[in-house]
Design a protein around this ligand. Structure first.
Ligand SMILES: Cc1cc2nc3c(=O)[nH]c(=O)nc-3n(C[C@H](O)[C@H](O)[C@H](O)COP(=O)(O)O)c2cc1C
Length: 327
């Protein structure tokens, strides 16, 4: 029996939402806030929040994750993503996230790194028989939308077609599809011909994800797949203005100089956000460097060397100003 949730999606009817992808170790609250203030993605995702499995855990989510679950406001919905393995802890984690302010929840069914998360994330696709009860229980526990972010299969890219009825029957509101398999990790290219077939095979809104790194590619994938929306990850970190380029509010092509200006603008704003959040503590330097690491800067880019070598936040910020001055 199909369950129609009828819940209001976290984007306006008829809009093609451009979403900021969840990226563990990168898209923390400060990074998301810089995006929200600057290029306003239509929807932002939290990094995955690990649901503690142990039976004697008094709290399923860490204190830091609960702080991170609060919406950003400014009309940009936050979708909080959970990663876990067992039904009960996941349901309890969903309740804690909502008590901390989360409205929309998402289940990570794609993370390929099992060492810390055995059986979680993409590992869930190895136990498809457990999915109906887990998804239904989460659906019942979540007051706002409940969505999944999934790869197209564990090792078989056709597996997704057997999962679609499970998602529909459980009352999932939409799915974000990273069009690679779990075993593929980040190798090769995302295969959006599968995205197109998934869009045709389900009545659920499908958000296309994977390698949407330029206006040309994102537009082509949108037109060829009929996806309901697009999710940008590494491409958004490399070129935050990609959101605006796709809306026609910034030049279609990112010139090298404009990318450097964007990076300087982004990192300056991020240092300010971190200052406001953590003051002098909180390992701000390593957090700034984590963002820099996914901006696609080549190792021999001289202008970025002072940032990479910086030993203090002050030296990093001086490097940002040098970068801006040289752009
Ligand atoms: C550093 C990093 C961290 C990631 N962390 C998460 C995560 O927490 N949850 C998740 O669902 N996907 C995560 N992903 C996958 C991305 O959300 C996205 O699906 C993937 O990078 C493909 O999209 P892209 O080509 O636009 O980057 C991560 C990817 C990267 C590169």
């Amino acid at each position: 029996m199909r369950r129609m949730s009828g819940r209001t999606l976290p984007w306006a009817p008829g809009k093609v939402p451009l979403m900021l992808a969840p990226m563990q170790g990168v898209t923390n609250r400060a990074v998301r806030q810089v995006f929200v203030d600057w290029v306003r993605p239509d929807v932002v995702f939290s990094e995955f929040m690990r649901v503690r499995p142990s039976a004697d855990a008094t709290q399923r989510l860490s204190h830091g994750d609960l702080l991170d679950a609060k919406p950003h406001g400014k009309g940009v919905p936050l979708i909080v993503q959970l990663i876990g393995r067992e039904l009960e802890p996941l349901v309890e984690g969903a309740r804690e996230a909502q008590a901390a302010g989360a409205t929309h929840l998402n289940l990570n069914m794609g993370c390929p790194y099992g060492r810390m998360n055995v059986g979680c994330g993409g590992g869930m696709l190895e136990r498809p028989e457990e999915l109906p009860s887990i998804l239904r229980a989460l659906r019942d526990a979540v007051a706002g939308t409940f969505s999944v972010k999934v790869r197209c299969g564990y090792s078989d890219p056709e597996q997704i077609f057997s999962l679609l009825p499970v998602f529909e029957d459980a009352g999932v509101d939409f799915l974000a599809l990273h069009a690679r398999t779990v075993v593929q990790r980040y190798d090769g290219a995302a295969d959006h011909s599968i995205t197109a077939r998934v869009v045709k095979a389900t009545r659920l809104p499908v958000i296309a994800n994977g390698d949407l790194n330029s206006v040309a590619v994102a537009r082509r994938v949108f037109e060829e797949t009929g996806a309901a929306g697009l999710m940008l990850g590494r491409g958004a970190m490399r070129d935050p203005l990609l959101f605006e380029r796709l809306r026609g509010r910034a030049p279609e092509f990112a010139e090298p100089q404009s990318l450097i200006e964007s990076h300087a603008h982004f990192l300056r704003a991020l240092a300010r956000q971190y200052g406001a959040l953590f003051g002098a503590s909180g390992n701000v330097l390593s957090k700034l460097k984590s963002s820099l690491a996914v901006m696609g800067v080549s190792d021999d880019a001289r202008a970025y060397r002072p940032l990479k070598k910086a030993k203090t936040v002050e030296a990093f910020c001086d490097g940002v100003e040098q970068l801006a001055a040289g752009a």
